[in-house]
Design a protein around this ligand. Sequence first.
Ligand code: R2B
Ligand code: URA
Length: 313
Amino acid sequence: MSTSKATDTFKLENPYLTMKDHMYHIGISTTDNLKERFSDVKFVCMGGKKERMRSFAELLYDQLGKPKNSELESEGSEAENCHHHVHRLQNISSSGGRYSMFKVGPIISASHGIGMASLSVVLHELFKLIHFAECKNVKFIRLGTCGGLGLEAGTVVVTKQSYNGMLEDCFKQVSCGKETRYDSHTDPGLSSELLAHAEKLGIKAISGNTLGTNDFFEEQGRLDGALCNFTNEEKMAFLKKAHDQFGIKNIEMESTCFAALCNRVHVKCAVACVAVLNRLLHDDITDDGHMLTEWELQPQRLVVSLIKHHMSL
Ligand code: R2B
Ligand code: URA
């Protein structure tokens, strides 16, 4: 076990890593001046959708007073079809074609797609990026959506412990045909800071355990997938057991892997997800785009407030 302190330079311990590396899915290489461009990074904020992570980056850019150490599109790049000559934030990962990534001041805002498989790919590459850039004291925060258990839509859940689909409090990594269990708790300090900012802003937020699954439909006990191999009674018994025996307040698809990988590299992490429905009442999510956008803003507001506080703004 490493005993590195939070203030130490982030360093991966994989002996097979070399100085020369191409982070294929985020479209960036060790030859891309990583130290100059990224050594100031203190927060990596992640969420599922590409465009939401752009609008979160734009919100940050505005709220932090357009910091100089941000990456903007250069003249004649994607901005060409943009008639007003305002520089947009640059999607650093556009060449990779998989994820979006933006840099605003000391913050990276990146998308991770749906599920742990997609998340794990970009998380490995982001860890390598902050390793090669020799960043110090970096924290990781996931801002997402989820199904709540007995919660009103719009409520934010800040994860304490994440569980897997078997209701085990760990993430199981398969490698070379073997399974290893890793701790999937989040950082208590960072999590209570998020809750304190919610209180200050008047945003409805609670602390609770989270169920992270590898599927949106059957593994979350949804009856309305294309297929369903259980009954409504079995669904309700599962959700009740998760809630009553394990303190699970919400269900999503990344937190278990997210927390476990952060724990393995010794970075502090937090997960703040807004409930877009109450799973004890139904399985389908509203088609009201305005409500969804408004709900998705709640975790973003918490994180902006926390980051401004950390930057003494
Ligand atoms: C929440 O929302 C997505 C599924 O709709 C998934 O990424 C998650 O965790
Ligand atoms: N995301 C999920 O994974 N599940 C839900 O019910 C809602 C959002």
